[in-house]
Design a binder for this molecule. Structure first.
Ligand SMILES: [Zn+2]
Length: 171
């Protein structure tokens, strides 16, 4: 990516060097020897202070324990449902395949993590859930070679159990 010096318009390769989080050095323009873009510092500092001061208090340790517990429940139900409704889970490699497929297909969860930091419309979690569920089902189908309807049913039961467990934890 190429940036431009805000003083003379000369091309600069980077606006700053980051040594560690919050520790940056602004780059100088080779042409006019001014700091190429001093405003970037304000932007970076604003982003860091937002992360440090406004999210740390809201995300506490209890939430992470809940998330881990819910994921254990989710994976257990998923494997149980897979062994009942789909194929028999005799091979250990199959379990590994299924877990990998579920992890890879759950990348939509990145949006949920992002939501802990930035504000999104309240409809977003629901949309993400549907996307995760459908991609899980497709991944499961590839691994187990079963019908898509069965895969959706397996994924739905796992997601539903996780949802109910989440409701129980919150009350
Ligand atoms: Zn310049």
């Amino acid at each position: 990516m190429v940036f431009k010096c805000v003083h003379c318009g000369y091309k600069v390769n980077s606006l700053f060097i980051q040594y560690s989080p919050g520790n940056i050095r602004l780059m100088k323009c080779e042409n006019c020897k001014e700091v190429a873009d001093e405003y970037i510092e304000c932007e970076i500092m604003k982003a860091y202070s937002h992360l440090l001061f406004n999210t740390r208090d809201n995300v506490d340790f209890e939430v992470f324990v809940d998330v881990i517990l819910l994921n254990i429940i989710f994976v257990s139900v998923l494997l149980l449902a897979t062994s009942i409704m789909l194929t028999s889970l005799t091979e250990i490699t199959r379990v590994k395949d299924i877990l990998l497929a579920i992890i890879v297909s759950s990348y939509f969860k990145i949006f949920l993590v992002a939501m802990m930091i930035w504000e999104f419309p309240s409809s977003v979690p629901c949309v993400v859930d549907v996307l995760v569920l459908s991609s899980n089902a497709v991944a499961l189908r590839v691994v187990t070679q079963s019908t898509i309807a069965r895969c959706i049913l397996v994924c739905f039961s796992a997601h539903a159990t996780k949802f109910l467990a989440n409701q129980m934890l919150r009350h």
